[in-house]
Design a protein around this ligand. Structure first.
Ligand code: WT7
Length: 648
């Protein structure tokens, strides 16, 4: 198990809620006392507009939940139309910040009325391509407004989307689109990040080839670069030529509450990526409620979630949650550190950002560069900070509060997963006494427990498995076309609870501390990658006989990938080969998955029954004591690896 989150530095600090904030906070202590169905029912009615009311809050046939059955609803209507047609028409929905920062001439604002026009037109374009209720659409884009518009246009038509992270390879795009049987892929000509132009559409071409379910590729012009276009491709501008932006030309499709809103593929410990199924009414209720209460959204909030649209955080807390709340958000195309290391703080200053939601990895980068950059800007608008993706080390938490939060902004350390759809464990503004490095408390209507392997509920300071003993509205409904895998992965360890795959413990006050993954999943910069996928990418190289992947702690990315590789015949492990293998993984999956180090060995450490001893590789990767190696066929293999690791 990962040791992350167990750091003891600055442990013990407690920050009681600010009484002023407590007075006006949206989250009320009474909510924590409410019954589960009572709470979610109230939220669903109060926060969303239903075309037809639901008859039943919850139907629970473990492991399958149905929320708000009988209700008819549309996500786009709730995120766009009701604001555009109400008193928020002229309110800014998105402050669009391009790659070259907030001072760029391309920086612009999109109001709710304008967003509605763009979404309607986009949806009309998709309709022309035959996209309608139930048509699968792939989206492979960077952080440009068209990505959000594309998601909403799909939702408007009732066409489920699957967004593939823009940094993933074309192969990953093809695998996901074909599995989903997507008919249309929306992408952009080229990527622009950190001042560098990267390929995007040609990646998709390379991955898709001709043997694909994708019949049409819609290309948004971002750079205007010269890229190959075939009969399958159409530029968005051409597609939308003459299309109406009048909402009555393309009304929002009334969807059943349990209709598919999107699939998002995520890594598991074995096999191909899992298509996580999220449906409409429950998911929207979950994201809208958590966005409102965790970040204490007010009419004048200016919110910035610095995640990427390709991850669940981007779905729930860039697109659906904030827009359903009708708030003003920042949408940032770029990367931290470009054009300069102060760009984030300039963005906050320019737009008066009141809420910042980001990852420990990003904060660690800023911390490494030093606080002078944050100090160079006026960050006094900040009221609430959020963290997600991995445990946040207490010293990073303290730095975030001090230098971004003006020494007073509360930090919401939010625990959740692609599968959970929305935040489940988190402090609440004005309610929780904060403890650095802990997600602390279940959100109202959420029922976690920490259990040992036998199913006993654990007391304080005993690390066990985090489970959820009751359903919640945004929970994954199943795995696409693989309900058995859904049952096996999440619902078989305990017959009566969802098994999250994370280790956790309670402290003496009953606050929850997350301790990292307990399966073969590596968390790099807050993103899950399966060791299996990286291993598969490595063995694709002609010189590789076998590969096994483990992780070690990394000061910047949380965890880093260490690859153990045995080579075919008498191929020698050279520096060039190491580079080639790292590149191979980057090409095959994406740069995020590139191993930090590659260790060559004549063989991998195996037991007599031929199983790779993963625990040992983990110890090796972390530079820890190895303990008993007598069950190995050939203990000298490990000594050889150790020697190499010491040589650096
Ligand atoms: C895994 C889920 C949730 C959106 C981003 C990642 C880890 C997430 C925290 C946190 C400790 C966290 C868990 C979880 N994780 N947030 N606040 N404290 N660990 O989504 O790729 O589905 O990964 O991220 O290990 O299981 P994901």
């Amino acid at each position: 198990m990962s040791e992350q989150g167990t750091t003891t530095e600055s442990q013990g600090n407690k920050y009681p809620p600010d009484p002023e904030l407590a007075k006006t906070a949206n989250a009320r202590p009474e909510m924590l006392e409410q019954g589960l169905e009572e709470f979610w029912d109230e939220q669903a009615k109060q926060r969303l507009d239903w075309f037809e009311p639901y008859d039943k809050v919850l139907e629970w046939n473990i492991p399958h939940a149905k929320w708000f059955e009988g209700g008819k609803i549309n996500a786009c209507y709730n995120c766009v139309d009701r604001h555009a047609e109400g008193d928020k028409a002229d309110k800014v929905a998105l402050h669009v910040v391009p790659d070259d920062g907030p001072d760029s001439s391309q920086a612009r604002d999109i109001t709710y009325a304008e967003l509605q026009r763009q979404v309607v037109r986009f949806a009309n374009g998709l309709k022309k391509l035959g996209v309608g209720k139930g048509t699968g659409v792939g989206i492979y884009m960077q952080m440009i407004p068209e990505a959000v518009v594309a998601m909403l246009a799909c939702a408007r038509l009732g066409a489920p989307h699957t967004v593939v992270f823009g940094g993933f390879s074309g192969k990953a795009v093809a695998e996901r689109c074909n599995d989903f049987e997507a008919k249309v892929l929306i992408t952009q000509d080229e990527a622009l990040r950190g001042g560098k132009v990267g390929s995007q559409k040609t990646n998709a071409d390379d991955g898709l080839g001709n043997d694909t379910t994708v019949e049409k590729v819609v290309v948004v012009k971002r750079t205007g670069g010269d890229i190959p276009m075939t009969d399958r491709d159409v530029y968005l501008d051409d597609l939308l030529e003459g299309e109406s932006d009048d909402p009555s030309s393309c009304p929002c499709e009334p969807m059943e509450s349990e209709d598919l809103l999107f699939l998002l593929y995520t890594s598991g410990s074995t096999g191909k990526p899992k298509g996580v199924v999220h449906t409409t009414g429950g998911y929207l209720t979950g994201v809208t409620t958590t966005t409102n209460l965790v970040f204490d959204m007010k009419d004048d909030s200016v919110y910035w979630c610095a995640a990427d649209i390709g991850w669940i955080t981007g779905h729930s807390y860039i697109t659906y949650g904030p827009l359903a709340n009708g708030v003003t958000s920042v949408l940032y195309e770029g990367v931290p550190g470009y054009p300069d290391k102060d760009v984030w703080w300039k963005i906050i200053e320019k737009y008066g950002v009141t809420i910042l939601y980001t990852s420990p990895t990003a904060i660690r980068s800023h911390m490494k560069w030093g606080e002078k950059y944050a100090q160079s800007a006026d960050l006094s608008s900040i009221k609430i900070l959020g963290s997600v993706g991995e445990p946040i080390n207490p010293e990073v938490w303290e730095w975030y509060r001090e230098h971004v939060g003006g020494g007073k902004a509360p930090i919401m350390d939010t625990w959740w997963q692609t599968e959970t759809g929305h935040i489940l464990i988190t402090p609440l503004p004005g309610i929780t006494t904060l403890k650095p490095g802990m997600a602390q408390q279940p959100f109202p209507g959420v029922r976690p427990e920490i259990r040992d392997d036998e199913g006993n509920v654990l007391g304080t300071e005993q690390t066990g498995n985090l489970v959820l003993t009751a359903p919640w509205p945004g929970m994954m409904r199943t795995l696409y076309k693989d309900d058995q895998r859904f049952r096996d992965t999440y619902w078989s360890k305990y017959s009566d609870a969802y098994f999250a795959g994370d280790g956790a413990k309670y402290d003496a006050d009953g606050d929850i501390m997350l301790m990292g993954r307990i399966d073969d999943v590596v968390n790099v910069s807050g993103h899950r990658l399966s060791t299996f996928e990286v291993e598969s990418a490595l063995v694709e190289h002609e010189d590789v006989a076998e590969a096994a992947v483990a992780s070690r702690k990394d000061p910047d990315t949380g965890q880093a990938i260490v690859a153990f590789v045995s080579l075919k015949g008498d191929t020698q492990g050279t520096e060039e080969l190491e580079q080639a293998l790292r590149e191979q993984v980057a090409q095959s999956i994406g740069k995020l998955a590139r191993p930090a180090s590659v260790i060559f060995a004549p063989d991998l450490p195996k037991t007599r029954s031929g199983k790779i001893m993963r625990r040992l590789l983990k110890n090796l990767a972390e530079g820890e004591e190895l303990g008993d190696t007598t069950t190995l066929v050939d203990p000298s293999v490990v000594e050889e690896m150790q020697k190499q690791m010491q040589q650096g």
